[in-house]
Design a protein around this ligand. Structure first.
Ligand code: SF4
Length: 457
C-alpha cells in the first residue's frame, strides 16, 4: 500500500473510532434500565429476533500499564474478583431470563482489563455458566489475554471452556520500551505463548501492538514487527498510542521527551503497513490486519464486514448484549451502558435492577448516518442508490453538506465518486476515519469535543 506521509499529516486530527454511532460520549441518563428492559421485550416479540453476540467485561488487572486507556481496576484481591464473578452471573441470569430461548449466540467475547487474570477454574466455571443460560450455535468465542500472566494451566482451560480465538496484548517486544510503561515481559516469553496458543489449537490468534510508545525508534519497532511477522499470527491490530495525560493521570508517568515525534510516528506507521502488507497480510481497516484466508479478510472482499464495540466482526446481524461494569450493549435501535463503578453495579443487581446507567435510542437520521459511516469504515464504499432505497431519502439532497466536505478528499485523490458509489481509494484507507467523519452530524454541528477523541493517525 503506497502512503503519502504529507497527506497523512494533513488529516491527522482527533476523531471518534466509531465503534458506535453516535459515539459513546453522546449517551445520556435519559436512557436507563427501564428503557433497556422495554427494548429487550419489544425485540423479543419480533417474528424473527436477531442473533446474539455476548460481551463479558472483566475490569481487573494486577498492575497498571502507563499507556493504558481503559477503565481498569488494579487489584490483587482474589476475593474481590470472586465476588465480581458472582455478580456477573446474576446479571447474565437476569438478562437471559428476558431473552427468548430461540435467540442463538453466534459470537462471544471476553474483554477487559485482563480476562485471563481470572484463574483457570474461574474461566471454566463462568464460561460453562454462560452456556447454561444461552443457546450457543457454532459460535466464534474469543478472549483477550495478557501473555505475562498466562500460567501453564490457563491456555488448556481456555480451550476447554470453548474459546476458539485468542487475542494477545503484546504491544512491543523491546525491553526498554516495556519497562518504561510498567509492562515488562521478555520476547522469549511472548513468542513462547504464541507457540503454545497454536499447540492448544486456537483457530485464530490475534496480536495487539502499539506504536508511539516511549523510547520506541524505527529500528526497535522494525525488529518488533519483523519478529511478530515471523511468529505468524492470523490477525494483528497495531494501535496508535493516545497520550492524553490530562484525561488519564497515570500517563503522566510517561516522560514527554521519550515519546517519538509526530514525524517518527508517521514513519513507523508507514513501515508497519508496508511490512505487514509485504508479508501477505490484508489491511482490514483502522489498525487491523489479517491473513488473506482469515474470515475478516474474506468478509472485506464480499463487503460484509461490520464494526461493533469489540472491533471488526463478520456478524452484522447480531445484537450485542454486554455484561459487567461499564459494558455497552448494542441493539439495533439502542445502546445501553452499564454503571462504571463496581459498588454501584453490585447495588443495582442486589436491588433486582438491570445495571444500565446511560444509553441512547437512535433516531431515523442516526440510522442513516450509522449505516454510511460503518459502510465506509468496514467496506470502504457506500452506494447512494442502496442507501436511498433502504432509508427512503434523496442522497445528494440529504447529504449536501457531507458531499461538500468530501470534495477535499476527492481532490487529494483519496476518495472517488463514480456511478453513484462513494469509494475510498487505496491511498485513503488509512484515513477512513476522517472520511467517515464528514457524515457525522454531531461533529459537524460543532458538538464534537476533540479532547474526548484520539488522533486519527
Ligand atoms: S493489561 Fe491492558 S487493561 Fe490492564 S492496565 Fe495493562 S493495558 Fe490496561
Amino acid at each position: 500500500m503506497r502512503i503519502d506521509s504529507e497527506v497523512l499529516k494533513k488529516y491527522n486530527r482527533a476523531g471518534p473510532r466509531y465503534t458506535s454511532y453516535p459515539p459513546a460520549p453522546h449517551f445520556g441518563r435519559e436512557f436507563g434500565s427501564d428503557e433497556f428492559y422495554d427494548e429487550i421485550v419489544r425485540t423479543n416479540g419480533e417474528s424473527n429476533p436477531p442473533l446474539l453476540s455476548i460481551y463479558v467485561h472483566i475490569p481487573f488487572c494486577p498492575s497498571r500499564c502507563y499507556f493504558c486507556g481503559c477503565n481498569v481496576t488494579i487489584t490483587r484481591n482474589r476475593r474481590r474478583i470472586d465476588r465480581y464473578v458472582r455478580y456477573l452471573k446474576a446479571e447474565i441470569y437476569a438478562v437471559a431470563r428476558l431473552l427468548g430461548s430461540d435467540r442463538r449466540v453466534v459470537q462471544m467475547h471476553w474483554g477487559g482489563g485482563t480476562p485471563t487474570y481470572l484463574s483457570a477454574d474461574q474461566i471454566r466455571d463462568l464460561s460453562s455458566y454462560i452456556r447454561t443460560q444461552f443457546h450457543f450455535d457454532d459460535a466464534e468465542v474469543s478472549i483477550e489475554a495478557d501473555p505475562r500472566g498466562l500460567g501453564p494451566e490457563h491456555l488448556p482451560a481456555i480451550r476447554e471452556a470453548g474459546f476458539n480465538r485468542i487475542s494477545l496484548g503484546v504491544q512491543d517486544l523491546n525491553p526498554i520500551v516495556l519497562e518504561s510503561v510498567n509492562r515488562a515481559q521478555s520476547e522469549l516469553e511472548t513468542l513462547s505463548v504464541i507457540d503454545q496458543c497454536r499447540e492448544v489449537g486456537f483457530q485464530s490468534i490475534n496480536v495487539d501492538l502499539i506504536y508511539g510508545l516511549p523510547y520506541q525508534s524505527m529500528e526497535s519497532y522494525s525488529h518488533t514487527i519483523d519478529t511478530i511477522i515471523a511468529a505468524s499470527p492470523d490477525r494483528l491490530a497495531v494501535f496508535n498510542y493516545a497520550h492524553v495525560p490530562w484525561l488519564k493521570k497515570h500517563q503522566r508517568a510517561i516522560p514527554d521527551h521519550a515519546l517519538p515525534t509526530p514525524r517518527e510516528r508517521l514513519n513507523m506507521l508507514t513501515m508497519i503497513v508496508d511490512r505487514l502488507t509485504d508479508a501477505g497480510y490484508e489491511y482490514i481497516g483502522m489498525d487491523h490486519f489479517a491473513r488473506p484466508e482469515d474470515e475478516l479478510a474474506r468478509a472485506l472482499e464480499t463487503n460484509s464486514l461490520h464494526r461493533n464495540f469489540q472491533g471488526y466482526t463478520t456478524h452484522a446481524e447480531a445484537e450485542t448484549y454486554a455484561f459487567g461494569v461499564s459494558a455497552i450493549s448494542q441493539l439495533r435501535n439502542v445502546y445501553a451502558q452499564n454503571v462504571k463503578d463496581e459498588k454501584a453495579y453490585m447495588k443495582r443487581i442486589d436491588n433486582g435492577e438491570l445495571p444500565v446507567e446511560l444509553g441512547y435510542r437512535l433516531h431515523d437520521d442516526d440510522h442513516v448516518r450509522r449505516h454510511i459511516i460503518m459502510q465506509l469504515l468496514c467496506n470502504g464504499r457506500v452506494s447512494k442508490r442502496e442507501t436511498e432505497q433502504r432509508f427512503g431519502i434523496d442522497f445528494d439532497e440529504y447529504f449536501k453538506e457531507s458531499l461538500n466536505g468530501l470534495n477535499e478528499f476527492v481532490n487529494d485523490g483519496l476518495v472517488e465518486i463514480e456511478d453513484g458509489v462513494i469509494r475510498i481509494r487505496e491511498t485513503g484507507r488509512l484515513i477512513s476515519r476522517n472520511i467517515a467523519m464528514t457524515f457525522d452530524a454531531y461533529l459537524n454541528a460543532g458538538d464534537g469535543d476533540a479532547a474526548r477523541y484520539s488522533r486519527t493517525i
